[in-house]
Design a binder for this molecule. Structure first.
Ligand SMILES: Cc1cc2nc3c(=O)[nH]c(=O)nc-3n(C[C@H](O)[C@H](O)[C@H](O)COP(=O)(O)O)c2cc1C
Length: 301
């Protein structure tokens, strides 16, 4: 597998493939999957207090992807550390803890608690959440807010900090740059795209919320564009995601500037998809005489 190894921060990932936050639970439910093919995995978004999430229905299939309004349901950081970590710490893949808050203080508390867990590889800060102190504008929509939040959170732990951006803004590179200036070690993107659908038999929205986040095949061009634009704006590594289902998709994201990728909705159709993608990536390297997959990062820039 040596051709498809990648480096992230000071570590080597066996493959560039990372199951994305929200599709891999806490890593303990996928015991039937061969972990050999995962570079890392990202946990379900964690908050200081447990959350029940939104009312159902909160998942709806569409022609080219999935709408969800799970509402960041999670067991809370204390339970994650005490009950989930012992089960996942020796699985093999590196563990990225995804977290969020509704205030700057909640983000800082979360980063401090997770930052103290020695087996965690990195923290991934989801900034697509409303800041309840500023009337609900999402942290990820305002460069000033992002720079300050990143720099405060960065002080709470020594772990590499990945800032995960929302695509629901007009200028993603400006937000990415602000995160970099705040001290982010990497950017991951994209989170889901705001969307909705209507069940024409009932005349009602498919989701109870009724607007949710759209993911899967349909968002890939939006995600590739976001990675490409961001790669031109920042020097820190980028972890790309959004509609990745095949090795060709991974190559496309890497050529756009991603050093590693996350696999989200594709896992719902095939939990073993990372194994298939990794094997196909290896073939791609053989066929194209590529000794080190990282050599294609940013080729399209
Ligand atoms: C059901 C579901 C739950 C998700 N939960 C989270 C979450 O808790 N935190 C987060 O940062 N992203 C979450 N995401 C977003 C994914 O990690 C990813 O950014 C997005 O789905 C785009 O990738 P994809 O098109 O490969 O699915 C969730 C996505 C889905 C489909």
């Amino acid at each position: 597998m040596s051709a498809i190894k990648v480096r992230l921060f000071d570590a080597e990932l066996k493959t560039p493939l990372i199951p994305a936050s929200g599709v891999w639970g806490y890593g303990d439910e996928y015991d039937f999957v061969n972990n050999e093919f995962l570079g890392a995995f990202s946990t379900k978004g964690l908050s200081i207090k447990p959350r029940e999430g939104n009312p159902v229905p909160r998942i709806a299939e569409t022609e080219c992807g999935v709408l969800n309004s799970v509402g960041l349901q999670n067991v809370g950081i204390k339970c994650f550390i005490e009950e989930k970590m012992p089960k996942i710490k020796d699985l093999g893949p590196k563990i990225i803890a995804n977290f969020f808050g509704n205030t700057e203080e909640e983000y800082m508390d979360a980063a401090r608690s997770l930052g103290a867990v020695k087996e965690l590889f990195a923290l991934e800060m989801n900034v697509s959440c409303p800041n309840i102190k500023t009337g609900g504008i999402s942290f990820g929509q305002d460069p000033k807010m992002i720079e300050k939040l990143t720099s405060e959170v960065k002080k709470q732990s020594k772990k590499p900090l990945i800032v995960k951006l929302t695509p629901n803004v007009s200028n993603i590179p400006a937000i990415a740059k602000a995160a970099e200036e705040g001290g982010a070690d990497a950017i991951s993107l994209i989170n889901t795209v705001r969307g909705m659908s209507i069940d024409i038999r009932t005349g009602k929205p498919s989701l109870a919320t009724p607007i949710g986040g759209y993911s899967g095949k349909g968002i890939k061009p939006i995600a590739v564009r976001a990675v490409y634009e961001t790669a031109k704006a920042v020097k820190i590594p980028i972890i790309g995601m959004g509609g990745i289902y095949t090795a060709e998709d991974v190559v496309e994201f890497m050529m756009a500037g991603a050093s590693a990728v996350q696999i989200g909705s594709a896992v719902f159709s095939d939990p073993n998809i990372c194994e298939t993608i990794a094997k196909d990536l290896r073939l791609y390297c053989q066929e194209n005489k590529i000794k080190d997959l990282s050599s294609i990062v940013g080729k399209a820039l």
